[in-house]
Design a protein around this ligand. Structure first.
Ligand code: SAH
Length: 461
């Protein structure tokens, strides 16, 4: 017979919260049995309803906070309780920064075995709202009405909203205008479950330095009714509009963009600038979403690289060449590698745009291109990596260490895979020196980190 759990489903219990999980839920223990409760904070005492139990842990719903944390604040967003976009609006910003530092520290110890590694206080924003330069807003239909907003947590149900406090006010206005025009022109919202409807997403990109705006409409097939009017109304509303793009995605998929992209009006790209370097951004290319903090992040990476002007640098996972061009100014030569061909085209164009001649970009998997470089006699003094959430392939880590750079700078958007990779690199003779968390995504549980590692000198016998 299974052992009786300390709490039963639907039971109400008074609990004290001790901790926050990596996805921002409060953790309370009832006779050692952990209960995870959204929007509860450490130090709080609360009445909770148990909603789900498993063998080793359960989930509860917050009914009433009886003793509040000093870090509790009122979430300003009206749909915070339903929308899956933000998880931490109820936690003071100071509290969010401390939470992120602690999360990184814990993961370094638990996954990386790096208990003594220095994790600095998180570098935060002065104003942690309205920071996103890109919004990808799903459009749908509910009870015959067009809806636009973000998905509820762990679902593809759209939470209809007319305002998102972490995106720009222009993005709010564009989202609302597109919704209104869709209603007026009979453009149906797309339903992912039935694959019916036409308008799938509106993507809004804004270049903070130049104020240029790009609006991308993603539809299931080619047709957009009243296209001319639609373009005119967007242009009349946004004097800073530089580009209107149409992307067609006929597939049954959660992936936002399809293969076919055409410019309906204006330019194919918008231009942004970070620390005096200009970047062309096309509708689909990867570009960091928080321009204020990108500068902080890249400057930290540059500081850690500590270039003197004589170094060969490899930027693996280089995207549109942002970090590469940042480093090129202070290095002898930078080699960037990236898997998406369009991003490499952008990177080359960006180098030209800035008159940078000591940076070369290659298309391919970093783990394959790097050994080839090595065979060509290219040596690296510093290697920078900035992989996607899943971290680096082991083969890439192997190649990297075989190239024996003096230094590795690792930029990561996922502390768990960072810790795993740092552990592996330690076994291969590279010691992690320090970790700097940077808050690229205020109000959410996500955190970016930059770390540097040094080659441990072999003992001379
Ligand atoms: N450093 C850039 C991009 C970081 S995002 C910036 O800060 O803007 C990570 C990039 O890695 C993406 O552009 C993705 O396309 C690329 N990528 C993913 N797997 C790769 C691989 N195996 N080899 C090279 N690039 C890869």
């Amino acid at each position: 017979m299974s052992k009786q759990l300390p709490v039963q489903k639907n039971e109400h219990v008074h609990v004290q919260f001790e901790d926050l999980t990596h996805d921002g839920a409060g953790v309370a223990k009832v006779d050692g049995y952990p209960l995870f409760v959204k929007q509860a904070l450490p130090g709080e005492v609360a009445l909770v309803k148990v909603i789900h139990t498993k063998k080793n842990f359960g989930f509860g719903r917050l009914i009433k906070v009886e003793k509040e944390s000093i870090h509790r604040v009122e979430a300003p967003c009206p749909v915070f309780n339903r929308c899956g976009g933000c998880q931490l609006q109820h936690l003071s910003y100071e509290g969010q920064l401390q939470y992120k530092q602690k999360q990184v520290q814990e993961v370094m110890a638990r996954i990386g075995g790096l208990n003594d590694l220095a994790v600095h206080p998180t570098l935060g924003m002065e104003d942690p709202w309205r920071y996103r330069n890109k919004s990808q807003v799903p459009i749908g239909e509910q009870s015959g009405k067009i809806v636009a907003g973000f998905y509820a947590e762990r679902s593809h149900d759209i939470v209809d909203t007319d305002e998102c406090l972490i995106q720009s006010e222009d993005a709010d206005r564009a989202m609302n205008l597109v919704k209104k025009m869709a209603e007026e022109y009979g453009l149906r919202g797309y339903d992912g479950k039935t694959h019916k409807g036409q308008l799938r997403h509106v993507v809004i990109r804004h270049a903070a330095a130049t104020d240029q705006l790009m609006i991308v409409l993603v539809t299931k097939n080619e047709s957009i009714p009243n296209k001319k009017h639609l373009i005119k109304r967007l242009r009349d509303t946004f004097p800073n509009l530089a580009s209107i793009v149409h992307n067609v995605n006929p597939k049954r998929t959660n992936v936002i963009f399809g293969e076919k992209t055409t410019t309906l009006w204006g330019e194919d790209v918008i231009y942004d600038e970070i620390s005096g370097i200009r970047f062309a951004i096309s509708p689909r290319s990867f570009y960091q979403v928080n321009p204020v903090q990108t500068k902080v992040l890249y400057e930290k990476a540059l500081e850690y690289a500590d270039l003197k002007g004589k170094e060969n640098v490899i930027d693996a996972y280089c995207g549109i060449g942002t970090i590469s061009l940042f480093l090129a100014k202070q290095a002898k030569h930078v080699y960037g590698v990236e898997i998406v061909p369009e991003a490499v085209d952008d990177a080359r164009q960006n180098a030209r745009l800035n008159g940078i001649e000591n940076a070369d970009f290659y298309v391919g998997e970093a783990e394959k291109v790097m050994p080839w470089w090595r065979a060509q006699g290219i040596e690296a003094d510093v290697i920078v990596v900035d992989p996607p959430r899943k971290g680096c392939d082991e083969s890439l880590l192997d190649t990297m260490t075989e190239m024996e750079p003096e230094k590795i700078v690792y930029v990561s958007c996922n502390p768990a895979t960072l810790a795993r990779d740092l552990k592996y690199l330690k076994e291969k003779g590279y010691e992690s020196k320090e970790v700097q968390p940077v808050d690229m995504f205020p109000q959410t549980t996500h955190v970016e980190c930059v770390t540097w590692l040094e080659k441990v000198p072999r003992e001379v016998t």
